[in-house]
Design a protein around this ligand. Structure first.
Ligand SMILES: [Zn+2]
Length: 269
């Protein structure tokens, strides 16, 4: 855990826990319906991970956004849900979360083969850079307070897990006992199905942004896994099983099912 021994972790946690009272945790958990159904032990572990996350990463305020203690904790709790049973070591090798007030246009340009300079202009709700920061739009973080399959924090942190073994490709490093071949087979076939459905204009119940690339597919399926697990288990049961083995959690067993209508538009990230 953070390269710290158990003794250190306990020392740090004793100090950090004293900074947040029970009413604050209660308020935050009530605002984040994807945290419903966690056992007492899991809730305690998630709170501890959130405190350690905020100690390990800097949350940077961009363009005049103010991040008070509640906002910082709300980001940290959602960020730590995917690694609840994996540990914060899975977020090693990067240090900053930059938070914009709203969707942002990445200030980035590149030169193509013909020497033409291109500037990226598409507004984004979030980004994850390989070995670099996670960038979030606060407006989109707030929109994650509804269980509708959209959660920018889970999405970007899923990219981070994917990038642990190199560029994001939808295939994070798996645990002992999991099969890379099974993962590739299950995800490739589900991804191809998603591409085919969106190509023919079908309104998919899961965010069609998943059809963008295998990396986006994994990130969007991770959002669905934590927010709408019953829907994911119905749409792509084998994907659900792989994610359950990877995240070592079973959200369908702890959350009540939600019925949603397909959204007209989805933010991209
Ligand atoms: Zn993405």
């Amino acid at each position: 855990m953070l390269g710290l021994g158990g003794w250190w972790r306990r020392q740090i946690l004793e100090r950090e826990r004293a900074r947040v009272d029970a009413a604050t945790w209660e308020r935050l958990f009530a605002r984040l319906p994807l945290l419903a159904g966690l056992s007492e032990g899991e809730s305690r572990e998630l709170r501890d991970l959130a405190l350690l996350f905020l100690r390990d990463k800097t949350l940077e305020e961009a363009r005049g956004l103010r991040l008070d203690a509640d906002r910082r904790l709300a980001i940290a709790l959602q960020a730590c849900l995917p690694v609840l049973h994996l540990g914060l070591d899975w977020y090693r090798g990067w240090y900053a979360v930059i938070v914009y007030p709203e969707e942002f246009v990445p200030e980035r340009e590149w030169v193509d083969e013909d020497g033409l300079v291109w500037v990226e202009e598409e507004a984004k709700s979030g980004e994850a850079w390989e070995r670099g920061p996670v960038i979030l739009s606060w407006a989109d973080v707030e929109a994650g307070g509804v269980r509708d399959g959209y959660n920018v924090v889970v999405h970007e942190l899923a990219h981070k897990l994917d990038m642990l073994d190199g560029a994001a490709n939808g295939h994070p490093p798996l645990h002992a006992g999991m099969s890379d071949a099974d993962w590739a087979r299950v995800f490739t076939s589900a991804y191809e199905d998603m591409v085919e459905r969106t190509d023919r204009g079908e309104e998919t119940p899961i965010d069609p942004y998943a059809a963008e690339s295998p990396a986006e597919f994994f990130a969007v399926m991770s959002e669905a896994f934590f927010e709408l697990p019953h829907l994911l288990a119905a749409e792509y049961p084998e994907v659900y099983d792989q994610l359950r083995a990877f995240y070592r959690q079973d959200p369908a067993a702890r959350l009540a099912p939600v019925v949603i209508e397909p959204a007209a538009t989805w933010p991209s990230g």
